[in-house]
Design a protein around this ligand. Structure first.
Ligand code: FMN
Length: 445
C-alpha cells in the first residue's frame, strides 16, 4: 500500500481521549493533512467486531459490546492508527483488525507512563531496539499497510542515531520524533536542536514533534532541521483550529463546532465533556468550566453553551428517521454483528468488566499519584503558548527557561472527579443500544 504524503504536512498528534473522531474530523476540516488516532493497546482492539452505523456512516470497533475505536470513511485516506504494543503478533492482529478503515499503522515507542512501560510498551521499547524493530518488521511484512513509528530521543546523540537507523531499516515509511527525553515532562522545552541530526541520519520523512504551537512552526522547524512535517499535540488540544492557515478561531466558535461534530458522530457525552474541559483548562475561572465539570449528560453540556436548541433539533431529526435518541447509543444495521445475541450478552457483562477496569485504573492512579502528582501532563496554558511562541527562535537558543507550568493540583482533582463521573455514568445500554464510549486510558491525562 502506498505511503501517505508527508511533504509539508501539518499533523494532529496521537492524543489519548482527545483525538477521538470529532477532534480528528475538525482538525481535517481546519486543514490538518493527516490525523492520528489516540494510542489503542493491541489487546484492546485485536479481534474487535466491526459495525457500520446506519444513520451517520460512522464505523465502530466493538470489544465486548464497548466501542474501542470509532472512525468515519471520510477520514480514512488521512488516518494513522496508533498501536501500543510489546508483542509483534498482537500488534499485527491489531493492525489487521482495523486495516480496511485506516491508511497507516503507527507504533507508539514514546510513551513514558508507567502503565505503558511496565507492559514493555511505549518508551520501554526504545530500551529494547531488537524487540521494537521486530514488531515493526512484522507489521511491515504482514499488515499490508504502510507502517510508521513515533519515538522520543535519548540524551546521547550516538545512541539516538543508532536507534533511528535500525528503525529505518525495518522498512517503515516515516518517523515521528517527539524531541524530548523519556523522563522529560511536557513543560520542559523540546530539543528542536536535536532534530537535524536525525533528519540527516535517515532518508525517510521525519515528523517533528514537541512544542509546535503555531501554524508557522512547520516552516521554522523545517528551516532548523530539514524535517518533512510537523505534529501538533497540546496546541491542537487547546484549540484545534491551529491547522487553519488563516489563523486561530475564537474558542467560542470551536466549542460550538465541536459540539455539533459530537452530535453528528454521536460522541459519548463523557468524552465530549472531557475534550471541552481541556479547551478551558487554561481558564478554570471561566464559569462555563465549572458548569462543565458539573454536567452529567449531553444536554447539560449543551446547556453550558446555549446549544439545547440544536440538541432538540438533532433529537427530532433522529426520531423522524426512527433512530435512537439516546446520544450514547449507536443505531446500526441488524445483522452486521457477527452474532447479535452473543454481542448483547457480552455487552451486559461488559458493564461489569468496565467497572472492574475503572476500579483498577483508579487504584493505579492512586498508586502513581504520589510520585507523579506534579508530572501529569497538562495542556499548556494560553499564556504559556504565547510565551513559547514569542520566545522560540529558529535556532532554539533563546527559549525561556522560566516556562513553568502552573500548579496542576486542580487538574488532578478534575481528572479524579471526571473518573468518578465516568464511573457514575457508565452507559447502561448494551451493544444493541450501542455503547459508544471509546476505551481510553489515563496514560497521558
Ligand atoms: C492529552 C495527551 C494525550 C497524548 N496521547 C498520546 C498517545 O496516545 N500516543 C502518543 O504517542 N503520544 C501521546 N501524547 C504525546 C503527544 O502526541 C506529543 O508527543 C506530546 O504532547 C508533545 O507534543 P506537544 O509539545 O505538541 O504537546 C499525548 C499528549 C497529550 C497532551
Amino acid at each position: 500500500m502506498q505511503a501517505l504524503d508527508y511533504t509539508n504536512a501539518r499533523i494532529l498528534a496521537p492524543m489519548v481521549r482527545i483525538g477521538t473522531l470529532p477532534t480528528r474530523l475538525m482538525a481535517l476540516e481546519y486543514g490538518a493533512d493527516l490525523v492520528y488516532t489516540p494510542e489503542v493497546v493491541d489487546k484492546a482492539i485485536a479481534g474487535a467486531v466491526r459495525v457500520v452505523n446506519e444513520d451517520n456512516g460512522t464505523i465502530d470497533y466493538l470489544q465486548k459490546g464497548v466501542s474501542v475505536f470509532r472512525t468515519h470513511p471520510s477520514e480514512k485516506s488521512k488516518l494513522v492508527f496508533q498501536i501500543g504494543s510489546a508483542n509483534a503478533d498482537l500488534a499485527l492482529e491489531a493492525a489487521l483488525t482495523v486495516a480496511q478503515d485506516v491508511s497507516t499503522v503507527d507504533l507508539n515507542c514514546g510513551c513514558p507512563k508507567r502503565f505503558s512501560v511496565h507492559g514493555g510498551m511505549g518508551a520501554a521499547l526504545m530500551e529494547e531496539p531488537e524487540k521494537l524493530c521486530g514488531i515493526l518488521r512484522k507489521l511491515v511484512e504482514h499488515s499490508g499497510l504502510p507502517v510508521t513509528c513515533k519515538i522520543r530521543i535519548f540524551p546521547d546523540r550516538e545512541r539516538t542515531i543508532k536507534l533511528v537507523k535500525m528503525i529505518e531499516a525495518t522498512g517503515i515509511k516515516a518517523l515521528a520524533v517527539h524531541c524530548r527525553y523519556r523522563d522529560q515532562r511536557p513543560r520542559e522545552r523540546a530539543h528542536w536542536d536535536r532534530l537535524k541530526e536525525i533528519v540527516e541520519a535517515v532518508s525517510i520523512p521525519v515528523i517533528a514533534n514537541g512544542d509546535a504551537w503555531e501554524y508557522e512552526h512547520l516552516g521554522k522547524l523545517q528551516d532548523l532541521s530539514g524535517a518533512t512535517a510537523v505534529m501538533y499535540a497540546r496546541r491542537a488540544e487547546a484549540n484545534v483550529s491551529v491547522f487553519r492557515k488563516e489563523g486561530l478561531l475564537p474558542l467560542n466558535e470551536i466549542v460550538t463546532a465541536y459540539i455539533r461534530k459530537c452530535l453528528e458522530t454521536r460522541n459519548h457525552h463523557s468524552n465530549t465533556k472531557y475534550v471541552l474541559m481541556q479547551m478551558f483548562v487554561d481558564d478554570t475561572k471561566d464559569p462555563r468550566y465549572r458548569q462543565l465539570c458539573e454536567a452529567k449528560c449531553f444536554r447539560a453540556v449543551c446547556k453550558v453553551f446555549g446549544m439545547e436548541g440544536e440538541l432538540d433539533a438533532w433529537l427530532q431529526s433522529q426520531q423522524a428517521k426512527g433512530y435512537p435518541t439516546d446520544l450514547d447509543s449507536v443505531p446500526r444495521k441488524a445483522g452486521e454483528m457477527a452474532n447479535k445475541d452473543e454481542a448483547t450478552n457480552a455487552a451486559n457483562t461488559a458493564q461489569k468488566h468496565k467497572q472492574q477496569d475503572l476500579r483498577k485504573r483508579k487504584l493505579e492512579q492512586q498508586e502513581v499519584e504520589g510520585e507523579e502528582k506534579n508530572e501529569i501532563s497538562a495542556p499548556a496554558t494560553k499564556k504559556q503558548m504565547t510565551e513559547i511562541s514569542s520566545q522560540q527562535t529558529i535556532n532554539g537558543d533563546h527559549r525561556s527557561s522560566s516556562r513553568i507550568a502552573p500548579t496542576e493540583t486542580s487538574r488532578i482533582e478534575e481528572i479524579i472527579a471526571e473518573e468518578k463521573e465516568v464511573d457514575n455514568n457508565l452507559p447502561s445500554a448494551g451493544a444493541e443500544q450501542g455503547q459508544t464510549k471509546e476505551v481510553t486510558s489515563l496514560l497521558y491525562s
